[in-house]
Design a protein around this ligand. Structure first.
Ligand code: 1GP
Length: 250
């Protein structure tokens, strides 16, 4: 049964069309900076805050970051773990994810087996998600030992996504890699969306309203931005991105 955070996301997608989620990488920011970024993003109209990063390992700092964010804003906090060290008892929910194109069983099911009892103990809401790394894959691709799917093979991404749906996953995430030179191309988003019936998350390298609009128009239900949210002119750029994706439904 979907929990309250999942129902909130689905409801938002229903009313707004495409929605935006802010990703905060605890490795890159202090707890105070994370809280400031989250507050600015909330003011710009973001829907939720995701917390995680590919090479992040300090559980203490993760706890501080989540607590600081929660003390400032009331948006849902969703963990985006790279490993079992990415689990904090202070968050609301966790993407309970499997890296579908990893060649290492640890990232397919090993970390999940170790993490599941912690998720239960902490009372976190698990939201099942199939994670697919595409393009050059960036750090996430290297750490997760993914066979990154080339941008010119959209059908491969679609087959992975459909397999995830058939395995019971309730969201699919197409990941271009944080800071990717080129975001996931609209043709790939379209091909995946055409085959699946569950919400599609797209992130990695989205820096402009034009890129966000292209992704949302191609079928992305959730647009994730990380780097842009930490930029000096973040307030304006995140607001523009959110306005752009909302304009599709309007
Ligand atoms: C990375 O998809 C996210 O996991 C966000 O990427 O930092 O490039 O926005 P950016």
């Amino acid at each position: 049964m979907p929990g309250p955070i999942e129902r909130y996301l689905i409801e938002k997608i229903k009313t707004d069309g495409s929605i935006h989620i802010t990703l905060i990488d605890p490795e890159k920011v202090s707890a105070a900076d994370a809280a400031r970024i989250a507050e600015n993003s909330k003011n710009s109209g973001t829907t939720a805050i995701m917390i995680g990063g590919s090479t992040f390992v300090s559980e203490n700092h993760l706890n501080d970051v989540v607590k600081a964010i929660k003390s400032k804003i009331d948006l849902p906090t969703i963990l985006f773990p790279n490993n079992v060290t990415g689990i904090s008892p202070h968050a609301d929910a966790i993407w309970f994810m499997s890296l579908l194109n990893s060649v290492d069983p640890y990232f397919l099911i090993g970390a999940q087996i170790l993490g599941a009892p912690l998720v239960k103990k902490y009372g976190l809401e698990p939201i099942s998600m199939g994670y697919i790394i595409v393009g050059d894959g960036g750090t996430a691709g290297i750490v997760g030992k993914a066979m990154a799917l080339p941008y010119n093979k959209p059908e491969l991404a679609a087959f992975h996504a459909l397999a995830g749906q058939y395995l019971g996953m309730r969201f699919i995430y197409l990941e271009g890699g944080s800071g990717a030179a080129n975001p996931v191309p609209p043709e790939m988003i379209r091909a995946v969306k055409h085959l699946i019936d569950i919400p599609l998350i797209v992130g990695g390298g989205i820096r402009t309203k034009e890129q966000a609009l292209a992704a949302a128009s191609a079928g992305a239900d959730i647009i994730v931005t990380g780097n842009v949210t930490e930029a000096n002119d973040a307030k304006q750029r995140v607001s523009e991105i959110i306005c752009a994706i909302k304009s599709i439904k309007a």
